[in-house]
Design a protein around this ligand. Structure first.
Ligand code: ATP
Ligand code: MG
Length: 395
């Protein structure tokens, strides 16, 4: 048997002339989210809504897939009937209530309200009249139910449109946000930690598609640490769409910094090189900005002074969606999106291996620049080598 879902979308409804672009993007993303289902679905847009016809046995799986699509405000299982007069409409509404709430036996008594909207103004009755008549019919058929117009347990929606009438009462909240692809692309600095996957998820919620870059330092960081990042990229790609993951071999750059620069400045100088490389890759890939999982004050390299010095190497905007988040809030999102279990696997991170016992928390740019000058001769070659040996994994 076939079922139908009515998709209401969030902000994209108000984007004026661009609306079609946004809608098409959403339809495309919905189609690709539903592709793995056992049976093909029909996805079409009509009157500021998207309708999905699906095979009933795929219901749970379809909901699960749609719960990861940005831009969806509500998912409503809907019964669509052809336009009918009020007598038949009353029968259909009663049948809808029976199918929805009484198919598995007698439910706990509940209150309801009928909420009619007429997009088709030529319908012979107005909304108030439909509300009253349909409400009466339901009460007559199910005297154990009550009407509550202020706080009903169930809202029975009747939408009268030119070519059909929608009946629905269940609304499942979607992720909201904007359809991925509608805002351009950014390069996410993806480590194996908790924060950066969450940062990627959040920026993607604003319609941004993602590429990613991971800096690894073999043999100091293992294949398992790299695999963990690949796994995290897979987890976020369920929300963000395909991710092109760049793996940069950072070992020699890191070793050279370790050898030449004061150890308390290591992290900052290393991070400046990461940003430089990420920026170059971003520009190659047509990305409009960088994204990191930094949060103000979380660690020494994330004080405002440190970020000022790190940021100095970037001319692309650096988006830090977590900058004002507490760790607990970040963890909550990480759990919600299914990344947490993977993020906490205890594999070494290239940042922590060479980290000083007492890193500077308030670095001064002139001092950092002076230290970096000592790298000038050798670094060019190492930098180039790192760029030439980038491994790309399409996820
Ligand atoms: P995360 O949980 O994302 O690893 P963190 O709290 O460990 O963050 P840092 O290690 O200071 O913080 O890193 C800050 C940000 O820099 C990360 O969120 C990430 O965006 C980027 N970053 C750090 N290490 C790497 C790496 N090895 N590869 C790619 N990006 C990295
Ligand atoms: Mg980290």
């Amino acid at each position: 048997m076939a079922g139908m879902l009515l998709i209401k979308y969030s902000e994209i409804g108000v984007k004026g002339k661009n609306r079609y672009v946004f809608e098409d993007m959403l339809v495309r993303n919905i189609k690709s989210a539903l592709k793995p289902l056992d049976h093909p679905c029909d996805v079409r847009k009509a009157d500021g809504r998207v309708y999905i016809s699906y095979e009933e046995e795929d219901y749970e799986e379809a909901l699960e897939a749609l719960s990861k699509v940005f831009g969806i405000a509500w998912i409503c299982p809907v019964t669509q009937i052809r336009p009918v007069g009020i007598e038949e409409l009353k029968e259909q509404v009663v049948q809808f209530v029976r199918d929805t709430y009484f198919s598995k036996g007698e439910p706990e008594p509940f209150s309801f309200k009928v909420n009619c909207r007429r997009a088709e103004k030529s319908y012979p009755l107005n909304s108030m009249e439909v509300n009253m008549l349909a409400g009466e019919a339901v009460l007559e058929a199910f005297p154990q139910l009550t009407v509550d117009v202020h706080h009903p347990d169930v809202m029975l929606n009747i939408e009268i449109r030119p070519k059909d009438i929608n009946l629905y009462s269940v609304s499942i909240e979607g992720l909201n946000g904007m359809p991925v692809g509608s805002s351009g692309k950014a390069m996410l600095l993806l480590s194996g930690g908790i924060d950066s996957p969450v940062a990627g998820y959040l920026i993607s919620k604003r319609g941004v598609s993602l590429d990613a870059v991971y800096f690894h330092a073999p043999p100091y960081t293992s294949e398992r640490a790299k695999q963990k990042v690949v796994d995290l990229a897979k987890i976020i790609s369920a929300y963000t769409g395909p991710v092109k993951l760049h793996i940069v071999n950072f070992t020699e750059i890191q070793m050279k910094i370790y050898e030449v620069c004061p150890h308390d400045e290591l992290t900052i100088i290393m991070r400046r090189y990461m940003m430089k490389i990420a920026q170059e890759l971003a520009e190659k890939e047509g990305c409009l900005g960088l994204v990191t999982g930094e949060s103000i004050g979380q660690v020494a390299s994330q004080t405002m002074q440190s970020m000022l010095v790190t940021n100095e190497v970037c001319h692309l905007p650096v988006y830090r969606p977590l900058c004002a988040f507490d760790k607990l809030d970040i963890v909550a999102i990480s759990e919600k999106i299914g990344a947490y279990e993977t993020s906490i696997l205890p594999y070494e991170d290239c940042c922590t291996i060479f980290v000083a016992k007492h890193p500077v928390t308030k670095p001064k740019l002139d001092r950092i620049l002076r230290s970096e000058r000592k790298l000038e001769g050798v670094m060019k070659e190492l930098y180039q080598k790192a760029m030439e040996t980038v491994e790309v994994i399409e996820i």
